[in-house]
Design a protein around this ligand. Structure first.
Ligand SMILES: C[S@@+](CC[C@H](N)C(=O)[O-])C[C@H]1O[C@@H](n2cnc3c(N)ncnc32)[C@H](O)[C@@H]1O
Length: 312
């Protein structure tokens, strides 16, 4: 397998695939993780919402063709997409966009190359980022940039984006990035470790693809799609995602006490936990991986296992 996926060792250990098990890889991408699950003997259903990614995965996984089912779809629909296959023994999601997507100028994810302001993972549906920028009011844009980019200068950047959209063009990722940089106080921009447009581009990408909505739907569906003993492994890349995963896994494994119905009243007893946490703390990359894969720097892996004897 030419592509080394993030946290590969930890994924293999926590997945603990037994030959013949049915797994779903919700985010096939370049199929690095999928290849390893298949090498360990799994049968696999692989989703990607990007048809180009799916095409690459199909080629990479050709040696395993008799054990893989490729599905062009959004993992928010996991339950419906798996309806005919029944519960799975394992589920993996390696969230966000791939470096391949980021590096293609025509996809519009990157401020380092000139391309259309698109950012959709699935270009067959939905609204490109440029249309989103034009549709939202300045306060709405500022909210997107603040919430999904955790950007302290969201207000001035939102105003700059509105000016950019009303200007003469050209409307591409380079002029957009320039508008963002121009909205930041020079000292603040110079102090940043990453390119000053990183947070804004992240925010727009998350909004365009409703990435957090998709993750919430996936997390909600877990009890219904996993077989007893089934494992769910999720790799996230920023705190907004990790927070959702951490909270949901804590709920599933009975680590969050239910809220009291009113102040002064005791909380109701916690329902019996249906899951066990396999990771008390998120697993992060080891030094050797950080050396050859900068994307691994912010990766966090969390895993749960459905208890035996709990119905799907
Ligand atoms: C980080 S890459 C996955 C890399 C992959 N694990 C590997 O080893 O090569 C994420 C992939 O998931 C896809 N993706 C992101 N969100 C998705 C969603 N909600 N439903 C389906 N696919 C999604 C992206 O299009 C991208 O190809």
């Amino acid at each position: 397998m030419h592509h080394r996926p993030v946290l590969a060792r930890a994924v293999s250990r926590l997945a603990a695939v037994r030959p013949g098990e049915l797994w779903v890889d919700c985010t096939l991408g370049f199929a690095g993780h999928a290849g390893r699950l298949l090498e360990a003997g799994a049968r696999l259903v692989g989703f990607d919402r990007d048809p180009d990614a799916l095409g690459h995965a199909r080629q990479t996984l050709a040696p395993f063709a008799d054990r893989v089912n490729f599905v062009h779809g959004d993992f928010r629909d996991v339950q419906a997409l798996l309806a005919d296959l029944g519960p799975v023994d394992g589920l993996l999601a390696d969230l966000g966009v791939s470096s391949w997507q980021l590096d293609r100028p025509e996809r519009g994810f990157s401020f380092q190359a000139t391309g259309p302001v698109d950012m959709r993972m699935d270009r067959s549906r939905g609204e490109p980022a440029e249309a989103l920028i034009r549709r939202l009011s300045v306060p709405e844009l500022a909210e997107v940039i603040r919430r999904y980019g955790e950007e302290p200068f969201a207000g001035p950047i939102a105003r700059a984006l509105a000016t950019w959209a009303a200007g003469p063009g050209p409307f591409d990722t380079t002029t957009l990035a320039r508008a963002v940089v121009g909205a930041l106080p020079r000292k603040a921009a110079a102090k940043r470790r990453h390119h000053p447009a990183t947070k804004t581009f992240q925010a727009l990408r998350i909004a365009v693809n409703d990435e957090l909505g998709a993750l919430e739907a996936l997390l909600a569906a877990l009890p219904g799609v996993l077989a007893p003993g089934g494992r769910a492994l999720i790799i996230s890349f920023h705190s907004l995602e990790d927070r959702l995963v951490k909270r949901r896994f804590a709920d599933l494994s009975g680590r969050n006490r239910p809220q009291a119905p009113r102040r002064g009243l005791p909380p109701p007893p916690a329902p019996p936990a249906a899951f066990d946490l396999l990771t008390r703390k998120p697993v992060t990359a080891e030094a050797d991986e950080l050396d050859d894969n900068p994307r691994a720097r912010s990766a966090k892996l969390r895993a749960v296992q459905k208890r035996e004897g709990v119905a799907a």
